[in-house]
Design a binder for this molecule. Structure first.
Ligand code: AMP
Ligand code: MG
Length: 593
C-alpha cells in the first residue's frame, strides 16, 4: 500500500471511526481490542448462561406432564398465572377503567372480544408446534380464533395487564403499562421452557390512557412478520404465534395529519420468556415502592438469570452488568441486519434484552447512519446510527431505577459497568462486521476495511443488505475482475472513486487467510448476511392485500423470511432481492398503530 493511500485511508477511518458505533460522547478508544473469547460472536458467556438456563428448565413440564404428542384439542392446552399471582400483589382497584395504579405489578383485566367475523390471517407453525406443543391443525378452528383474539379465555388463564412506566423520547412519561395488551398466562412446554403468552390489541385496560386498546391490521401484520423474521435472522426477539383480523372498526389518523380513517382491529398472540422492561422497574423506583422493586428484581433474577445466586450480596449489580452486556449485544445484532427499532423508549427495552414492541421499525435500505424509520421521530432521536447512544441512555435510566437497592459502593461500581457499555458494543460491532466480510483472525487493517466500506456505501447509497449479501455470493475471481453482472448493489458500490483501493485491500486480506477456500468464505458470509429482510415495501404490499382479506402475501413473506439466508425461487420471482421499486422511497411509517 502506498503511503499516500495509507494516509488517505487513515483519515477516512478517523472521520468514520465507526459511523455505526457513532454514539455521541463515545470515544472508541478500545476499537482495536478484541473479544477474549474464541467464539465467532463473542457471546460465549451468554451462551453458557442460556445453556444453563435451558438445562435448568429441561425438567418435566409443570402443567402438562410429559407431553409426547402435539396437543390436538385446545381444551387440553393450559396456561397458568398462578406463579405471578402468588408472588406479586395485584391492583387493589378492580374494574377495567383507566386509573393511576399503585403498589402492584399487575392489574386484573379481561380482554374485550373483537367484533367478528374473525379470520386467521397468519400463523407460525414454528411457534405453535415448536413452543406451544399444539398441532397446527387446531389453528383452523373457530375456538382458536376466539382464544387467540381475546374472545374466549384459555384454560387456566387469569388475564393481567402489567403496570410499567418509561422514558419516552428522553423524558419521564409516568405510568404507561399494557394499554392494549393482556398477559394470558405462562405455558410450560415439553422442552421445559416457560413462555409468557400475551395478546396485543385485545382491548382497554387500566393503562389505556386515552387509547382505545386496539391495534390495526397494518401494525399487527408488521409485528407478526417482523418478530418472526428477526427470530430467523438470529436476533433475540419476542415471537408471534398468530394474527387474527376482525371487522371491528378502529379509527386512526395514520400520519397525524387530520386524515382520519376507519381501519380494522387485529390481535397478535405473542410470546416471550418475559415481558418485563426497564420501565417495569422504573415505575416502582419513581414511586418509592422499594420493597416491590426488590421483589420484582428477585423474581426476574431467579426466573431468568440462573447464573446469579439469590444469596449473592452483589446480585443486583451482577444483574445490571448482565443487562448492560446483553443490551450491547442486542443492539449490535440489530445493526448487523440494518434494523432500526424506531421507538427505543425505556418501556420498549426488555430486561432480557430481546427485541420487543414492534412499531414503526425499519430495515435500512441505502446505507445511511441517519436512517430514521419513524416519521413521527422529527429529531431522529432513534435513527439507526444512534441506537447505541440510546441504549446507553436507557441503561443509565435502569441504573437510576436500581439506585434504591444499591449501596453507595455498588452504585459507583454500576457507573463503571455502564461506562464499559461502549467498549462491549464496539467490540461486538467489530466482530459482527468482520464476520459479515468473512474475515478470520485479526489484522490491524480490519479497522480500516470496515469503516472504509461503510463510508463508500454511504457515499454511493448502496443497499445495506444486498451489498453484504452480494459480497458473500461473489467469487474471488469475479471480485478481482469486477464482474458484477446481476449484482446491482455491488454495481452501485463500485462507482465509488476509492472502490478499487478498498477492493485490493479486501482481496489481499481474504487471500492471506490460511485454510480458507473461497467457497468456505462465501458460505460463512452467506450464513450471516441475509438475502431477504422485511423491507417496508414488502410489508406494505402484503398489508394492502391483507386489508382486503387476502393473506397470501403475508403467508409468502412469512415463509420466505423463515429462511432469510437461503436463496428462494419464489422470493426471487417476487423481487425481494431486487432493487426496491421506486414507490418504496415514498413509504412512511408513523407511531400510529
Ligand atoms: P408503544 O409505543 O406501542 O409501545 O406504546 C406506548 C404505550 O402506549 C404503551 O403503554 C401502550 O400500551 C400504549 N398504547 C399504544 N397504543 C394504544 C392504544 N391504541 N390503546 C391503549 N394504549 C395504547
Ligand atoms: Mg411499548
Amino acid at each position: 500500500m502506498t503511503r499516500a493511500l495509507s494516509v488517505a485511508m487513515w483519515s477516512i477511518y478517523r472521520l468514520l471511526v465507526f459511523a455505526l458505533a457513532a454514539a455521541s460522547g463515545v470515544t472508541p478508544v478500545h476499537l482495536l481490542e478484541f473479544c477474549p473469547s474464541a467464539g465467532p460472536d463473542c457471546h460465549s458467556d451468554d451462551d453458557a448462561a442460556s445453556t444453563s438456563r435451558s438445562s435448568q428448565r429441561a425438567v418435566k413440564s409443570r402443567w402438562n406432564g410429559n407431553v409426547s404428542e402435539l396437543i390436538q384439542d385446545l381444551d387440553q392446552f393450559r396456561v397458568s398465572c398462578k406463579k405471578l399471582l402468588e408472588v406479586f400483589p395485584i391492583d387493589e382497584v378492580s374494574g377495567n377503567f383507566v386509573h393511576t395504579v399503585k403498589n402492584c405489578i399487575f392489574s386484573k383485566s379481561i380482554p374485550t372480544p373483537l367484533k367478528g367475523p374473525l379470520s386467521l390471517a397468519a400463523v407460525s407453525k414454528d411457534v405453535i408446534e415448536g413452543i406451544l406443543d399444539l398441532d397446527v391443525a387446531v389453528t383452523q378452528s373457530t375456538d382458536f380464533r376466539l382464544y387467540a383474539s381475546g374472545g374466549r379465555l384459555l384454560p387456566g388463564s387469569e388475564p393481567l395487564a402489567h403496570r410499567y412506566g418509561g422514558h419516552q423520547f428522553g423524558y419521564w412519561a409516568g405510568q404507561l403499562g399494557d394499554g392494549r395488551a393482556h398477559f394470558l398466562g405462562q405455558y410450560s412446554n415439553r422442552k421445559g421452557e416457560i413462555w409468557e403468552l400475551q395478546l396485543k390489541g385485545s382491548g382497554k385496560t387500566p393503562y389505556s390512557r386515552s387509547g382505545d386498546g386496539r391495534a390495526v391490521i397494518r401494525s399487527s401484520v408488521r409485528e407478526f412478520l417482523c418478530s418472526e423474521a428477526m427470530h430467523f435472522l438470529g436476533v433475540p426477539t419476542s415471537r408471534a404465534a398468530s394474527l387474527i383480523v376482525s371487522e371491528e372498526p378502529v379509527i386512526r389518523d395514520k400520519f397525524y395529519n387530520g386524515n382520519v380513517k376507519t381501519e380494522r382491529g387485529a390481535v397478535v398472540l405473542r410470546l416471550a420468556k418475559s415481558w418485563f422492561r426497564i420501565g417495569s422497574l422504573e415505575i416502582l423506583s419513581q414511586s418509592g415502592e422499594t420493597d416491590l422493586l426488590r421483589k420484582l428484581l428477585n423474581f426476574v433474577i431467579d426466573e431468568h438469570f440462573p447464573s446469579i445466586s439469590s444469596n449473592d450480596p452483589d446480585k443486583y449489580l451482577v444483574f445490571y452488568s448482565t443487562v448492560v452486556n446483553e443490551t450491547a449485544h442486542l443492539i449490535g445484532q440489530w445493526m448487523s441486519v440494518g434494523f432500526a427499532h424506531g421507538v427505543c423508549n425505556t418501556d420498549n427495552f426488555s430486561l432480557l434484552s430481546i427485541t420487543i414492541d414492534y412499531g414503526p421499525f425499519g430495515f435500512m435500505e441505502s446505507y445511511n447512519p441517519n436512517f430514521i424509520p419513524n416519521t413521527s421521530d422529527d429529531e431522529g432521536r432513534y435513527r439507526i446510527g444512534a441506537q447505541a447512544d440510546v441504549g446507553l441512555f436507557n441503561l443509565e435510566k435502569l441504573l437510576s431505577a436500581l439506585s434504591p437497592v444499591f449501596t453507595h459502593k455498588q452504585q459507583e461500581e454500576a457507573k463503571i459497568i455502564l461506562k464499559g457499555f461502549v467498549n462491549i458494543y464496539q467490540m461486538r460491532i467489530h466482530q459482527i462486521f468482520k464476520a459479515k466480510l468473512g474475515l478470520l483472525g485479526e489484522e490491524e487493517e480490519d479497522s480500516y476495511l470496515i469503516p472504509f466500506l461503510l463510508q463508500m456505501m454511504e457515499d454511493t447509497e448502496s443497499d445495506f443488505t444486498m451489498t453484504f449479501r452480494q459480497l458473500s455470493e461473489v467469487s474471488h475471481l469475479q471480485l478481482h475482475n469486477r464482474n458484477f453482472a446481476q449484482m446491482w448493489a455491488l454495481d452501485d458500490l463500485s462507482t465509488h472513486q476509492h472502490f478499487s483501493d478498498w477492493l485490493n485491500m479486501y482481496l489481499l486480506r481474504i487471500s492471506r487467510q490460511q485454510n480458507d477456500g473461497d467457497v468456505n468464505r462465501q458460505n460463512r458470509m452467506k450464513n450471516v448476511n441475509p438475502r431477504y429482510v422485511l423491507r417496508n415495501w414488502m410489508a406494505e404490499s402484503a398489508i394492502r392485500k391483507a386489508e382486503m382479506n387476502d393473506f397470501s402475501e403475508v403467508e409468502l413473506l412469512h415463509h420466505i423470511l423463515s429462511s432469510p439466508f437461503v436463496t428462494q425461487e419464489t422470493a426471487e420471482e417476487a423481487g425481494y432481492a431486487a432493487r426496491p421499486p421506486s414507490w418504496a422511497q415514498r413509504l412512511k411509517v408513523s407511531c400510529s398503530s
